[in-house]
Design a binder for this molecule. Structure first.
Ligand code: PEP
Length: 248
């Protein structure tokens, strides 16, 4: 379960959030579920220190990365910089970055490779927008994004793929669990075609889009949905903890 905190919480608030989350989870939860929080860049160091000092079994995630390891890219942060901070997962190609910040399939591919080359796990986001779904093109769009983002990247290290229909992100309008299950199965099939069965079966597929404590169970019941990428509901430690403990 990955909590994407987006551009919320300064470093002091982020410390409190991760502490509250850890108070609400116990070893049995961590045995069942890998938990990752992705604060803003400015809070990574503070959250990393708390996680390490208190031996929290919570993974640290980043929300974006640049594809070059260093250089004249004002305002950007590189994969080696994140790895040095103890970041284990990096969200790549989130729809908000695709829509608002010019992220393309090509940059998603390069960023994914940079994350893998640095030994971290990319969480590659794919998903159709409302118009594409209404035109019946959801599968075609998502297959295209998976192929473009993962091309020459599969098999190098662990990849996580998050299926996030754009119309379901931050809208309170989630996909039907059946639809999410079908799309996840199709993503797995695409990876089987691109790489091999072991890679496809070993890749974790997340659903994202208005996941909350009330609907998580229905998504997790789908055979090809292995977890969730959670935005809004991850900002409240109570609701994110309830999502992590969906199996109870
Ligand atoms: C997200 O940001 O990836 C997301 C799924 O957001 P929300 O849960 O708020 O829809």
């Amino acid at each position: 379960m990955v909590g994407n905190w987006k551009m919320n919480a300064n470093h002091l608030e982020a410390i409190q959030m991760v502490q509250k989350l850890s108070y609400r989870l116990d070893p049995g939860d961590y045995d069942r579920v890998d938990v990752v929080v992705a604060p803003a860049f400015t809070a990574l160091r503070s959250v990393q220190i708390v996680i390490e000092q208190d031996h929290m079994p919570i993974g640290l995630g980043a929300q974006d990365v640049h594809w070059e390891p260093e250089g004249a890219y004002t305002g950007e942060v590189s994969a080696p910089m994140l790895a040095k901070l103890g970041v284990g997962h990096v969200i790549v190609g989130h729809s908000e970055r695709r829509q608002m910040f010019g992220e393309t399939d090509e940059t998603v591919n390069r960023k994914t490779r940079a994350v893998l080359d640095t030994g971290m796990v990319p969480v590659v986001c794919v998903g159709e927008n409302l118009g594409e779904r209404e035109e019946g093109r959801a599968e075609e769009v998502v297959i295209g994004q998976v192929r473009a983002g993962l091309n020459r990247n599969l098999g190098i290290g662990s990849v996580v793929v998050a299926y996030e229909p754009v119309w379901a992100i931050g809208t309170g309008r989630n996909a039907l669990p059946d639809d999410a299950g079908v799309m996840a199965e199709m993503i797995r099939e695409t990876m089987r075609d691109m790489a091999d069965t072991d890679v496809a079966e070993g890749t974790r597929l997340l659903y994202g889009g208005s996941v909350n404590a009330g609907n998580i169970k229905d998504f997790m019941a789908k055979r090809h949905v292995d977890g969730a990428l959670v935005g809004g509901a991850s900002l409240d430690p109570d609701s994110f903890a309830a999502i992590v403990r969906y199996f109870r």
